[in-house]
Design a protein around this ligand. Structure first.
Ligand SMILES: N[C@@H](CCC(=O)N[C@@H](CS)C(=O)NCC(=O)O)C(=O)O
Length: 321
């Protein structure tokens, strides 16, 4: 269940945007400003200035949480974790109802759509995570995960410990090409399977998804990471889909061609990234499972949470060093 804002007013709707052939269409993110290290820039990289609204469940928001953790930006960028259940008000901020959900220190909002309306009183569109709020100008700077990830890894990087470079300039083109390549078939592909409105649209998405996984299974047999021997943004972007695949997408979104566990290289890669210091702490499997299985009544009307599979293999040695 979810909904959207129209002129700042919330409308509940249990439907996802579809094209003529029943294919799932994801809306474009609307807040697209950039933090820049220039004296006259509207948004400058300053510690304590920005606040991130995330869900542990969401693969897009998860990208930004992993980058924040790997780069040591926890003190520079504060966070609100929404409640895992997305109901008829969309994402809600209800720390009193869950041990891992947190409060909104800025707006004291109980619904994320109030934060969007505060940023833009006539906002029309979906209310999504991640969203990066600027305390100084009182608005959302950006709500597109890939761009928030890039800003954290580049212009905000010096606000952290500076030990890792997730976006080295010489690799930037390769990173962008990889992320462009696997976005539709893989990251969005699992949703295109799960939210397809026709068998044909589902079959199309399913075929593209497993072709893409086969491609990366081969690439990751030749190199440790997506863009070579260094961990980059592209690995984070792939990881947040893979880590949800066996426990959720395989069952809930009918992506049951093969488990990630059955791919030697993809499963090794998943373990490698998962075990990278700072990553595991951002993976909240309870929020992930409860969110998906309980928030999409059109996909799973009884809202039972699938109990398997055993994920202890995430902690087994990856052997990719
Ligand atoms: N393109 C966005 C997509 C974000 C997105 O769709 N997030 C989902 C959660 S996984 C959401 O908040 N959906 C709420 C809704 O669409 O109502 C990004 O990458 O940041």
């Amino acid at each position: 269940m979810s909904g959207f804002l129209t002129n700042g007013e919330w409308v509940t709707q249990d439907q996802w945007e579809k094209g003529k052939g029943g294919e799932f269409r994801r809306q474009k993110s609307q807040f697209r400003d950039w933090i820049e290290d220039a004296p006259d820039a509207r948004f400058r990289p300053e510690p304590g200035r920005y606040h991130l609204y995330v869900s542990y469940a969401c693969p897009w928001a998860h990208r930004t949480l992993i980058a924040r953790s790997l780069l040591g930006l926890q003190d520079a960028v504060s966070v609100t974790v929404v409640h895992q259940h997305m109901g008829d008000q969309g994402w809600e901020i209800r720390p009193e109802d869950d041990a891992d959900a947190t409060a909104d220190p800025i707006h004291h909002a109980t619904k994320l759509h109030r934060v969007y309306a505060a940023a833009k009183p006539d906002f029309t569109g979906r209310v999504t995570v991640p969203a990066l709020w600027d305390r100084e100008t009182g608005t959302i700077v950006n709500n597109e995960s890939r761009e928030i990830l890039r800003m954290f890894a580049t212009v905000m990087r010096d606000l952290g410990h500076g030990e890792l470079d997730l976006s080295p300039a010489p690799l930037r083109e390769a990173i962008d090409a990889a992320m462009d390549r696997f976005y539709q078939p893989l990251n969005n592909g699992v949703y295109r399977c799960g939210f397809a409105g026709t068998q044909d649209a589902y079959a199309q998405a399913f075929g593209e998804l497993f072709a893409e996984l086969d491609h990366w299974e081969k690439v990751l047999g030749e190199q440790r990471y997506v863009c070579g021997d260094q961990l980059t943004e592209a690995d984070i972007a792939m990881f947040t889909t893979l880590v949800r695949f066996d426990p959720v997408y395989y069952v809930h979104f009918k992506c049951n061609g093969r488990l990630i566990q059955q791919y030697p290289n993809l499963s090794g890669f998943l373990r490698d990234v998962y075990q990278h210091p700072g990553v595991k702490e951002t993976v909240n499997m309870r929020h992930i499972k409860e969110h998906y299985y309980q928030s999409h009544p059109s996909v799973n009307p009884r809202r039972f949470v699938a109990l398997g599979p055993d994920l202890s293999w995430y902690d087994e040695p990856h052997g990719r060093g």
